[in-house]
Design a protein around this ligand. Structure first.
Ligand code: SF4
Length: 437
């Protein structure tokens, strides 16, 4: 077997970490963007909702169509795990199937050329990974699996129960990455605010903040995927007190109508949601991101209107909108009064427009402000424009800034923090002048 590797990571940032673990195990390979010359092709799939599942299958089949004869095609990850029986029968194009339990054994699977689905869900603990996409930022996984029982979600069925890493394991990984020059970290999991609750520790994230703050070289951090019923005001206060962790609040609430939240088995109501969100919003320089699902079974027009009005007026910085996906094995799948696809798509379009307006308003609020930014590299737009993001923003999902000017002659470096003035807005991209380092 030659040593050219083409690897594709689909789905969420948690999946990306697992892909990076596989790359860490295959460092004897040379990475290639050209699947036609690859000896090994790996697709780390996503199995969350219909659209993601379709994308995963199409990606695997397209790569199969263009791969060279004696190459090896591996289908890994959530979709492969969730439908292991069906896929091994229906997709003869794939040479090796593996799920969510063997990322750190990928090298063995390639030698054996055999599919493998280990029982236990893999949880990174000390594996050397190849961090992708940045020279200064890395995602850090807090846990695997989830103990919540949201009506629409199949993730616990293939990722299992909440299994948190230890603080030592996380701190050791961060220290190792700092030693390699990384200084900005996004902590992710399915349900971050439940971190360590499977080890009977109630305030796991507050302990994490204290521990990470002790690591010299960590300059910036944020936590994604807070779950309302396990997010407390004392946690929010600890985030606000931190010099390192930004007032960055990513809390998918999925809906705001009390009856729908009950139907969704979210374990909290409108009142508690508002208390948490208003506390977040009131914190200085806070950034509030959320997600909504439209078209869940039994969602009435009134419930939808209530959600739209709330989304439009609360003052979110960013909103993700998901169209309900009827996932077998979930409680919602068994519910009656399903919403027709045409209505679901219409509702997603309406709420999508509201989400764009919220982002536009949030970006306009930045105009004239002096903020901390980090430059990622040359923009794809124009060689004279540098691509940056606000330091508080998470990579790739919160927006881009074009740096088109600077007040000093100093050459601007990539992956470095600068103070900059936000000067203009082009569509939903801000422009900025770097003031000084
Ligand atoms: S918190 Fe809910 S939506 Fe998220 S992974 Fe767990 S069950 Fe799924």
């Amino acid at each position: 077997m030659g040593n050219k590797l083409h690897i594709v990571s689909l789905g969420c940032t948690k999946n990306l970490v697992d892909t990076e673990v596989m790359m860490g195990k295959l460092q004897n390979f040379t990475l290639t963007d050209n699947q036609e010359e690859a000896d090994v092709i790996i697709v780390n799939t996503c199995g969350f909702i219909d659209a993601a599942k379709q994308e995963s299958i199409n990606t695997v089949l397209n790569l199969h169509d263009s791969r060279k004869e004696d190459s090896v095609l591996v289908m890994a990850g959530c979709l492969s795990e969730r439908y292991k029986e069906e896929l091994s029968k229906d997709m003869p194009e794939v040479d090796i199937f593996t799920g969510v339990g063997d990322y750190d054994k990928i090298d063995e699977l390639l030698v054996e050329k055999k599919s493998r689905f280990s029982e236990a869900v893999y949880l990174i603990d000390g594996a050397e990974r190849v961090v992708t996409g940045s020279t200064y930022h890395a995602y850090i996984k807090l846990s695997e699996g989830c103990n919540q029982t949201c009506s629409f979600c199949a993730i616990p069925s293939f990722k299992g129960k909440l299994n948190s890493r230890t603080l030592d394991s996380i701190a050791k990984e961060v220290e190792g990455l700092v030693a390699k020059g990384y200084w900005d970290f996004s902590f992710v999991s399915q349900d971050s605010s439940s971190f360590l609750r499977d080890q009977n520790v109630k305030d796991g994230l507050s302990l994490l903040i204290q521990r990470i703050e002790l690591i010299e070289g960590v300059k910036s951090a944020r936590i994604l995927y807070l779950y309302p019923s396990t997010t407390t005001i004392s946690l929010l206060k600890n985030i606000a007190k931190s010099e390192i962790f930004h007032n960055y609040f990513d809390m998918p609430i999925q809906h705001i109508n009390d009856d729908m939240l009950k139907l969704m088995k979210r374990g909290f109501g409108k009142k508690q949601t508002l208390e948490l969100l208003e506390f977040m919003r009131a914190l200085p320089n806070s950034f509030v991101r959320t997600s909504f699902i439209v078209g869940h079974p039994q969602e009435s027009q009134e419930m939808f209107d209530e959600m739209c009005e709330f989304a439009a007026n609360f003052g979110f910085d960013r909103i993700n909108v998901f169209a309900y996906s009827d996932e077998e094995t979930t409680p919602a799948h068994e519910m009656n009064e399903k919403i027709p696809a045409k209505v679901i798509n219409k509702r997603a379009e309406i709420l999508g427009k509201i989400a764009s307006k919220c982002m536009e308003k949030s970006l306009k609020n930045e105009l004239g402000k002096e903020v901390k930014i980090v430059i990622d590299g040359e923009s794809e737009e124009h060689e004279y424009l540098l691509s940056a993001k606000e330091l508080i923003w998470a990579p790739e999902i919160d927006g881009e800034i074009y740096v088109n000017d600077r007040t000093s002659d100093e050459e601007l470096a990539f992956g470095k923090i600068y103070r900059a003035k936000i000067t203009d807005i082009l569509g939903n991209i801000l422009t900025a002048t770097v003031e000084n380092a």
